[in-house]
Design a protein around this ligand. Structure first.
Ligand code: 5GP
Ligand code: ZN
Length: 119
């Protein structure tokens, strides 16, 4: 069934508590935790508890949970006090764009100047 746990997925293991993570927020549908290799003072990943490989497939199948991720991203930014200065929400989609974990995740980046266009 779509959305079910994948045995070989790192982020499914974090959702299940089988791989440790520094969790900053949890809801019924999402988990937010600090990136192990932060690229900014605030670098948090917001993921759905269900498994979809990327943001578009999640939005197509479970649009409410896609919206939950965006709302949680804003809550993370507010809790880290980077909402005033501005923050970035990034969904790398596809290996060519830098996606390495194929379980939907929003990067929430803030706390430093962010260049545009991104690299
Ligand atoms: P992607 O490259 O797929 O957009 O993002 C994957 C992110 O997951 C990377 O920023 C990487 O640092 C992070 N990451 C990879 N493995 C782990 C882990 O075991 N724990 C945490 N907290 N983050 C991880
Ligand atoms: Zn997964």
């Amino acid at each position: 069934m779509a959305g079910e746990r994948q045995a070989d997925c790192l982020f499914c293991k974090i959702v299940a508590g089988e791989v440790p993570a520094t969790v900053v927020r949890e809801t019924a549908t999402t988990v937010a935790f600090r990136d192990i290799n932060p690229q900014a003072p605030t670098h948090v990943l917001v993921i759905p508890r269900v498994h979809y490989p990327d943001a578009a497939s999640l939005a197509a199948a479970e649009p409410q949970i896609a919206a939950d991720i965006l709302r949680e991203a804003a809550e993370v930014a507010a809790e880290d006090k980077v909402d005033g200065s501005g923050y970035r929400i990034v969904f790398n989609t596809g290996a060519g764009a830098g996606q390495t974990v194929f379980h939907t995740h929003a990067h929430v980046l803030g706390g430093r100047g962010l260049q545009w266009p991104p690299g």
